[in-house]
Design a protein around this ligand. Structure first.
Ligand SMILES: NC(=O)c1ccc[n+]([C@@H]2O[C@H](COP(=O)([O-])OP(=O)(O)OC[C@H]3O[C@@H](n4cnc5c(N)ncnc54)[C@H](OP(=O)(O)O)[C@@H]3O)[C@@H](O)[C@H]2O)c1
Length: 292
């Protein structure tokens, strides 16, 4: 199997690059190899590589910056996935794409299912929703995995930030009113891999049959505050912490350029039913991630 992976240096892309390697040949590209805003180059590369699978882990993920760069966010999060879907369809290739809980406004009050009405509150969410729609319009063997609160132990994630703050600050204020499903990038990469190895039949037909949008986040949900507390408690090097007090705060205490949806837990039963798989509980994944 030949896999063309975009976003190899991102949280998910880095994990996917190593995790998918046993499936066959993985051609992995980062922004230094290809600037995705160059759609003609993107098309040329896909046609040259002729992959069986396109895995798009690239995205414009700077949620606040997107408010001042809407065109760029739209280009990368909406136009690019549309082009990938078109090229995938021409090649009879499978497209695996990732989207976000930020397509919702967070006002539902309970976990979101795939058929719930979308209503993004910020440019990032709008651009990701437009990406889902662009892929859906093309059709083909596409799977869109809407995930949430992705973290990894590389780079700048909520988990690495909390660990860093805990070593520099005595007091940490974290919001209690944002609730979501934390998702470890490695477990997301691993479940993507398992979707492929589980199937022994004709892959294109298998994914074509299951085409659509699925929710896939770490099992369960938690507030940012409780998540931070779990990070501090599960920290294997807790002796390095100088923090005395984790203080509850509200989202309104931290004004940001982009408005964020408050409660976006994802119900992942549909993915479980169709693929027979689910991600581990967010707490188990966190414990493992902190020990990598
Ligand atoms: N992070 C979250 O909390 C979260 C939550 C829900 C859904 N998601 C979705 O999950 C997926 C993976 O997210 P992630 O956290 O792994 O993202 P990430 O760490 O920000 O990685 C995104 C990658 O996209 C690449 N990229 C951005 N602009 C590009 C361009 N013009 N040309 C080529 N590459 C470009 C970046 O390359 P460089 O590193 O070279 O700039 C980066 O490696 C995305 O679809 C995201 O929308 C993420």
């Amino acid at each position: 199997m030949k896999i063309l992976l975009f976003g190899k240096n991102g949280q998910l892309g880095w994990e996917a690059h190593r995790t998918l390697a046993p499936l066959g040949e993985v051609v992995a590209l980062g922004s230094q190899d290809l600037d995705l805003t160059r759609l003609d180059e993107l098309t040329r590369i896909i046609q040259q590589v002729r992959p069986d699978v396109i895995l798009n882990a690239a995205a414009y993920t700077a949620v606040d910056k997107a408010e001042s760069e809407p065109d760029l966010a739209m280009q990368i999060n909406a136009k690019v996935p549309g082009v990938m879907a078109e090229e995938a369809r021409k090649l009879n290739a499978i497209l695996i794409h990732y989207s976000t809980d930020y397509v919702f406004d967070g006002k539902k009050g309970t976990s979101y299912v795939e058929s719930d009405l979308t209503n993004p509150l910020n440019v990032y969410g709008q651009s990701k929703l437009a990406g889902e729609q662009a892929i859906g319009q093309v059709g083909g063997a596409y799977i869109i995995l809407r995930t949430s609160w992705v973290y990894s132990m590389r780079g700048d994630s909520f988990v690495t930030k909390v660990l860093d703050w805990s070593r520099k600050q005595k007091v940490l204020r974290i919001v209690t009113d944002q609730i979501g499903s934390p998702t470890w990038a490695r477990s997301l990469a691993e479940i993507t891999y398992t979707m492929f190895v589980r199937n022994t039949g004709e892959l294109y037909e298998y994914f074509l049959d299951k085409q659509g949008i699925y929710h896939l986040g770490g099992l369960g949900n938690v507030s940012r505050y409780d998540f931070a507390q779990a990070i501090l408690q599960s920290d294997p090097k807790s002796e390095e912490q100088i923090i005395d007090c984790l203080t509850p705060a509200l989202t309104v205490d931290f004004p940001t350029l982009a408005k964020r949806p408050l409660k976006t837990p994802l119900a992942c039963l549909c993915f479980e039913k169709v693929f027979g798989l689910s991600l581990p509980g967010w707490k188990e994944s966190l414990w493992l991630a902190l020990r990598q």
